[in-house]
Design a protein around this ligand. Structure first.
Ligand SMILES: [Zn+2]
Ligand SMILES: [Zn+2]
Length: 163
């Protein structure tokens, strides 16, 4: 919470070159299945939350932007490629999983369902395993060191020992 009790959210890209801070209430949270969002995210659908009613600050770096249509820009980290924004004339939306704590930002609607990939509706029916479930087939996981930015703001990034 900020001094005047407005909620504060932070997040950024995987490499840490771009970080954002949102102060104020988030707007609608959604997933968009449209083909443009699929291509922009390299994924089955793009989860976004509107920040048009809140104050958005870029606290480290700023996204590079691609004009994906006559109406919208798509922001992403120029260093690591993480998709970060959808910027339309009626406001900016941020990629939900780019937030440090995405679990609380619950989508309430699906858009672009004309392009929904049919198997998306069945992913929860697939067999599931946790990351370490088959360590013998991927032994490097036991020694893995993440170079991604942690899920909180940092004074300096990357840490000195790696920079
Ligand atoms: Zn990055
Ligand atoms: Zn879309």
């Amino acid at each position: 919470m900020s001094l005047d009790n407005r909620p504060v959210y932070t997040g950024g890209c995987q490499c840490g070159a771009v970080r954002f801070r949102v102060e104020g209430a988030l707007g609608d949270a959604s997933v968009c299945h449209c083909r443009m969002c699929q291509k922009a995210s390299g994924n089955f659908y793009l989860p976004l939350v509107s920040v048009r009613g809140a104050k958005l600050d870029w606290t480290r770096g700023e996204p590079k932007r691609f004009r994906s249509s006559s109406a919208a820009l798509r922001g992403f980290c120029a260093e690591c490629g993480t998709p970060l924004t959808f910027e339309a004339p009626d406001g900016v939306a941020l990629a939900i999983a780019a937030f440090d704590d995405p679990a609380g930002i619950v989508p309430t609607i699906q858009w672009g369902t004309e392009a929904k990939l049919a198997y998306v509706d069945h992913i929860h029916e697939l067999p599931g395993e946790d990351t370490m479930a088959d360590i013998s087939s991927a032994p490097y996981l036991a020694e893995l060191v993440s170079y991604q930015h942690p899920d909180h703001d940092t004074e300096q990034w990357p840490p000195e020992e790696r920079s």
